[in-house]
Design a protein around this ligand. Structure first.
Ligand SMILES: *Cc1c(COP(=O)(O)O)cnc(C)c1O
Length: 444
């Protein structure tokens, strides 16, 4: 990559294979990508185009190998190109990829999901986490006949209009869109509160409780760093919802079938009315699901008046990948325990090598999720504001040094890292060696 842009004898700049692809992509697609964080804007430089993956590792189009901790932002709990998923997909594709009619695989995945996640009594499959959240909110509004929704600063729930809202100043704020194109009229019914704040919860429900259709939260916020919340605080939110006739929605798109069979809900002893799923239940294909109390789900069309549909929803490929992924978890003696142990051991080693290189570093971890902050911060951060601009800059340098030495981290200081069951000792030792060299290079 060193000589990218250097003039050749002909005078034409010589582009690497990767940068040729970047150029072709940027000519036709916004930022050259299909989802913004992939463009590397938060760490600078050019995105790496990936050619293939296997287990814990991926290879870019120029043949460089990386141990991958981005893992497609969470779906790949068994790692890349997991054979059981590949075989299930081949088998399904062989018999047709979509019918617009029900198939047995939907029933099978529904049976696994409802048997394993205590809050999921009934389920509807959709095509993404965004769609799951959008639909759950619509259902909450339909079921309560109320419009207000409550979300929390630092939580991400996909890109549905009504959730692209940020907190303004003041304890309770309504309707400041975080995206152009989201009308004030859509977000004026969305309230945003800070995480971990008892007073804010009480004040809000005191003032607006009777108008709230639902509160939605990532019970383990994992989209602006990893911000474990106090279980008492989460249970207070649940209690206030119940007392005020509002539905309590736990967004488990990341945590579902990753933190354990019952996701973050079970981990923290929560009993949500509705749950949203995605990522792991699709095994790397586009899948989402929402579900929960059967009396609520009976209000979804065609049984009830809440309309929600999808041409490709529940299609055989997506269902096959989800079934193969969850069945393999079922066949594993202790998948979530093993992931958690591996993550604990690995993150402890990361802290040690950073300390040896005198790099300020905090690694927050929970289950198979971890978050590297290149700063000395509270080991149990509750809010994304813990990340200082210096730590963001240091992370950008570290990210590129990691790429150089063969470790792929998500390209933002605010994204979390993922562990898979394919991250064996060989991969993790390679990653630690690479990260040690990367830490050496970001020394001030
Ligand atoms: C990823 C994510 C979503 C959105 O899912 P998409 O499949 O990207 O639409 C929603 N909520 C949470 C908590 C997520 O992590």
């Amino acid at each position: 990559m060193k000589d990218a842009g250097k003039p050749q004898a002909s005078g034409k700049p010589k582009l690497s294979e990767n940068d040729k692809l970047v150029q072709r992509a940027e000519r036709l697609m916004p930022g050259g990508v299909s989802s913004p964080v992939r463009a590397f804007k938060a760490v600078g430089g050019k995105p790496r185009f990936i050619a293939r993956g296997e287990g814990a590792r991926i290879w870019d189009v120029e043949g460089r190998e990386y141990v991958d901790f981005q893992l497609s932002f969470g779906p790949l709990i068994h790692g890349h190109a997991f054979p059981a998923v590949g075989n299930a997909l081949a088998e399904a594709a062989h018999h047709g990829t979509s019918f617009g009619a029900p198939t047995e695989r939907e029933v099978e995945l529904a049976e696994i999901v409802t048997a394993r996640h205590p809050a999921m009594k009934w389920v509807r499959f959709v095509n993404s986490g965004t769609e799951a959240v959008m639909s759950a909110i619509r259902l909450a509004r339909a079921a309560t006949n109320r419009t207000l929704i409550l979300k929390f600063e630092g939580c991400y729930h996909g890109h549905a209009d009504s959730l692209l809202v940020k907190a303004g100043s003041g304890l309770v704020t309504f309707g400041e869109p975080t995206s152009a194109g989201v009308p004030q009229s859509v977000v004026q019914d969305t309230a945003t509160l800070p995480l971990n704040d008892d007073v804010a919860l009480e004040t809000f429900f005191h003032a607006y409780g009777e108008r709230v259709a639902c509160a939605i939260i990532e019970a383990l916020p994992a989209n602006n760093g990893l911000l474990p919340q106090r279980p008492e605080w989460l249970r207070k939110l649940e209690k206030l919802c119940k007392e005020n006739g509002a539905l309590f929605i736990v967004d488990e798109v990341i945590t579902g079938f990753r933190l354990g069979w019952g996701g973050a809900s079970s981990l923290y002893g929560l009993k949500p009315d509705l749950v949203t799923l995605g990522k792991v239940i699709g095994g790397g294909l586009p899948v989402g699901a929402y579900g929960g109390r059967s009396d609520l789900m009976k209000q979804v069309a065609p049984l009830g008046g809440m309309y929600q549909a999808g041409t490709l929803s529940g299609n055989p490929l997506a269902m096959a990948a989800g079934i193969a992924t969850l069945r393999a978890l079922e066949q594993h003696p202790d998948p979530f325990g093993m992931l958690a142990t591996r993550t604990k051991t690995f993150t402890q080693r990361v802290r040690e090598i950073a300390a040896d290189r005198q790099i300020p570093c905090t690694v927050v971890e929970q289950g198979s999720l971890f978050w590297i902050v290149l700063d000395q911060i509270d080991a149990q951060p509750r809010s994304p504001s813990v990340v200082k601009p210096e730590a963001v800059k240091r992370f950008a340098r570290f990210h590129h040094a990691c790429l150089q030495h063969g470790v792929f981290l998500p390209p933002s200081a605010y994204e979390v890292e993922f562990m898979s069951l394919a991250h064996d000792n060989a991969a993790l030792d390679d990653a630690l060696r690479a990260m040690d060299m990367a830490f050496a290079e970001v020394q001030p």
